[in-house]
Design a protein around this ligand. Structure first.
Ligand SMILES: C[S@@+](CC[C@H](N)C(=O)[O-])C[C@H]1O[C@@H](n2cnc3c(N)ncnc32)[C@H](O)[C@@H]1O
Length: 281
């Protein structure tokens, strides 16, 4: 039997993780406003102990660390290169109340009743068994502890995904991954998300609809933005992994045509739809 979450570990610790490290600034410009919506749901006091699930290169971890000067924040992730970047940034900013550790939040043990808050910016949709993962998260929270995260809604409301998949499917005959598969859109279905949280014994669950424009690849020209796009998205990279360079070039050109209406000369501006989720233990 294959190791649990192996595909995700290979992607985020391999080529995918390297690209996220390389493009961190652009990714943060795109994701910060959405992450802030989930951060704003947290009821802060300066001594909290906080978990950042799938913290990646650590932008949210370091941001939240400043809000808990007498507490601490622990970033857990399966990607060694992304965590290395996070540690480097914490040192550069002289933040001493952060810790980063390689852990699979679905299966690795975490201290029981330890965290006041579990937070995530787009780091909770990649579990092979989200029910097991959220039970693990529930058990590492203190009684009444807070959960707050942001995740994507349906691709049709996120044209940066739906248009690119439509373009790729013009060239490649590929089955779509089954709904609920680990990936950026695993939690598109609100009822499924609610069921995961209820089954994990969370209370006061709120799943709010958030729609706003986002800027992808700020400062990049259309070609570069589309090239970068084809490397950062785990669904897309999986689809393209066996394609020839010629085919990749054709797909890039078609993607540029499809994305051009969103190009504002300083990046791509797309409508987006996310769920802002909060709950308590
Ligand atoms: C879309 S990225 C988001 C990264 C970061 N939160 C951000 O907003 O920049 C998803 C992150 O989840 C991490 N991840 C995926 N599966 C995980 C798991 N089972 N346990 C911990 N982290 C995981 C990935 O390694 C990756 O860093």
């Amino acid at each position: 039997m294959e190791e649990i979450n192996k595909k995700q570990k290979d992607f985020w610790s391999g080529a995918g993780g390297d690209v996220w490290v390389d493009k961190q600034k652009e990714m943060d410009i795109m994701l910060n406003p959405l992450g802030n919506k989930a951060i704003n749901k947290i009821n802060f006091s300066d001594h909290l102990t906080i978990l950042d699930i799938g913290c990646g290169c650590g932008e949210t971890t370091l941001d939240i660390a400043k809000k808990v000067p007498n507490g601490k924040i622990v970033g857990l992730d399966i990607s060694e290169p992304m965590l290395q970047k996070a540690r480097l940034s914490a040192d550069e900013r002289s933040l001493s109340n952060t810790e980063f550790e390689v852990k699979d939040v679905q299966i690795d043990s975490m201290p029981s009743e330890y965290f006041d808050v579990a937070f995530s910016r787009f780091g909770v949709m990649f579990f092979e068994d989200p029910y097991q993962a959220f039970k693990n998260i529930h058990s590492t929270l203190k009684q009444s502890g807070q959960l707050s995260f942001v995740c994507w809604q349906n691709p049709s409301l996120n044209p940066w995904q739906s248009l690119s998949i439509a373009v790729i499917k013009e060239f490649l005959e590929l089955p779509s991954p089954p709904p609920k598969s680990p990936g950026p859109f695993a939690f598109e279905d609100k009822d499924y998300l609610l069921d995961i949280l209820e089954s994990s014994n969370f209370e006061n669950i709120e799943i709010s609809d958030n729609q706003e424009d986002i800027t992808m690849f700020s400062g990049k020209e259309l070609r570069q933005a589309c090239e970068d796009y084809l490397t950062i998205n785990p669904v897309v990279t999986e689809m393209l992994k066996n394609s020839t360079d010629l085919l990749k070039d054709q797909i890039l050109n078609a993607l540029m045509e499809s994305f051009s209406e969103f190009d504002n000369g300083n990046g791509l501006v797309f409508p987006s739809a996310t769920w802002i989720v909060s709950a308590n233990k």
